[in-house]
Design a protein around this ligand. Structure first.
Ligand code: 3AM
Length: 178
């Protein structure tokens, strides 16, 4: 059986509420539901069950401490010259990068090919279709988006199931930070 996996942090409920409150003002976009909001540490992709178990075990050996993180700003990613993702950013954090590097090492030790893309931490707020409206007003309005710092106490191995209604994300293993 195949599993589509990624590793992520989930913001706490008050931050989720703040992010949900930003979700208006752009036409023809798919705003993310509260259960979909996360910060991806590592996209893994499709693996079979034995490899999924190896990844789950390897992530269990990640040793990292709790740390504070805060939402800061909003932005977008483009593909082929078109915006396709709207996101909320996070304040720069060494601890976040260290955790991401430990997760990357764990994935490699479980036999996953190295991630070649630069880590660009973000929480996706919306996915944009080709018919999406102008995002400039949204970015102007939320460029100064800020949350209070929140403590990251765990990260998750998440299983993603894609359907016509969008992606369903199921946290399958939680890993506590010390
Ligand atoms: O954290 P975000 O929402 O930016 O876009 C997918 C989502 O990212 C991304 O993995 C996260 C959980 O699904 N994703 C999906 N397919 C991907 C791929 N082939 C991918 N990231 C990299 N390569």
């Amino acid at each position: 059986m195949s599993h589509r996996l990624f590793v992520a942090i989930k913001p706490p409920p008050d931050v989720i509420d703040m992010l949900i409150d930003t979700m208006e003002g752009v036409d023809n976009v798919r705003w993310q539901g509260e259960d979909q909001l996360h910060l991806t540490l590592r996209f893994i992709g499709e693996v079979d069950t034995p490899q999924a178990n190896d990844i789950a075990d390897a992530l269990g050996s990640v040793r990292a401490g709790k740390f504070d993180l805060a939402i800061r700003g909003a932005g977008h990613f483009e593909k082929k010259g078109r915006p396709h993702t709207l996101w909320a950013g996070v304040a720069p954090s060494r601890a976040l990068i260290q955790l991401q590097q430990s997760v990357e090492s764990a994935c490699r030790s479980a036999g996953i090919a190295p991630e070649t893309r630069v880590f660009a931490p973000h929480v996706t707020l919306a996915r944009l279709s080709g018919r999406a409206g102008d995002i400039a007003p949204f970015l102007a309005q939320h460029g100064a988006l800020r949350s209070e710092p929140f403590t990251v106490e765990r990260f998750f191995l998440v299983e993603s199931t894609l359907s016509a209604k969008g992606a369903h994300y199921d946290p399958v293993v939680a890993y506590g930070l010390s």
